[in-house]
Design a protein around this ligand. Structure first.
Ligand SMILES: [Zn+2]
Ligand SMILES: [Zn+2]
Ligand SMILES: [Zn+2]
Length: 308
């Protein structure tokens, strides 16, 4: 019995240390926390049809398990988990959630951000009334177009319309959508401000250019503790040196140049996310990743946990 007990103690010690070592922050079991479920741009990694080393190099086995950008926010006391984005990798991301989502928040109607909803339907999960928070055009888009409309008519999902003036309160959290300029063919695009009891987060995975945004990035950074922002492309070499103005994302190099003059404290709040398969920042060992960190910024990594 004694031996058994000591084995259990040793086991919990190892597990706890593994957990603490793996997490960004040591998370007390009772407080709300955010988890990174994926960091890749819509097309994922490996990317369809890509013959370049980013997707074919066999030594990158670990990297090829990376998932499309999503976050979860869990409040252990009320057993609530919110999922931000329904990605094409939703099946494996679902298994990383602490609870069946008490709500899903979507940013816009591009495939990496909502198409995972398809797995909630009758052919797969057969979910029952999972609340899905969306902006007005996104609401209409889902309601009026198959196959999404069937999720609504079969009550797999319950659409919950929000707008820029709304603040949704769920447990101890407040969630506010923030409009951003983006290729808005089917829906508007938003980022989210997520306010926890102690920390506030900005989640803004897709934006055309900072200069087209009606808000000022430095001012927004002052109001949050962590900012998970568009890191799609590091530089123009990933796009065969197309002119920067034609690329509908702020290059990480541009964002860094813009924010570099801000204080170290502000720079340190930034975590780049939503990286294209070609982006060397997906590899933590790359020269570019190390350079980004040296400039005082961070790169989001799957599995990181942030206490809210
Ligand atoms: Zn995207
Ligand atoms: Zn690739
Ligand atoms: Zn998009």
């Amino acid at each position: 019995m004694k031996l058994f007990l000591s084995k259990i103690i040793l086991f919990s010690f190892v597990v706890t240390n593994f957990f603490i070592g793996y997490c960004q922050i040591n998370v007390p079991i009772n407080s709300p926390f955010l988890k990174i479920l994926g960091t890749v741009q819509d097309g994922g990694l490996p990317h369809i049809g890509c013959q370049k080393t980013c997707c074919t190099n066999p030594s990158l086995e670990l990297k090829q398990k990376l998932k499309v950008t999503a976050l979860s926010v869990t409040q252990p006391k009320i057993k609530s988990t919110l999922l931000f984005e329904a990605t094409p990798d939703i099946i494996s991301q679902w298994n990383l959630l602490e609870n069946i989502p008490s709500a899903i928040f979507l940013t816009h109607a591009h495939m990496g951000h909502y198409s995972g909803l398809i797995h909630l339907g009758r052919e797969a999960l057969g979910a029952q009334n999972i609340p899905v928070y969306v902006m007005p055009r996104m609401n209409t888009f889902l309601k009026q177009n198959a196959p999404w409309s069937q999720l609504v008519s079969l009550k797999n999902i319950a659409l919950n319309e929000i707008d820029v003036n709304s603040k949704s309160s769920i447990g101890q959290l407040y969630i506010t959508p923030i409009l951003v300029p983006h290729r808005d063919e089917f829906s508007e695009t938003v980022g989210y401000k997520i306010e926890g009891p102690k920390k506030t987060v900005l989640f803004l995975p897709d934006i055309d250019k900072w200069s087209l945004w009606e808000m000022n990035l430095s001012q927004v950074l002052q109001t949050v503790d962590y900012a998970f922002i568009d890191g799609t492309f590091f530089d123009e070499s990933e796009l065969n040196y197309r002119p920067i103005e034609e690329i509908p994302h702020p290059l990480v190099k541009e964002t860094i140049a813009l924010i570099k003059t801000y204080s170290k404290r502000l720079r340190n709040k930034v975590y780049f996310i939503h990286m294209n398969h070609t982006n060397p920042m997906l590899d933590p060992e790359s020269r570019v990743s190390k350079w980004v960190l040296e400039q005082g910024f961070n790169i989001a990594r799957e599995g990181q946990i942030f206490k809210l």
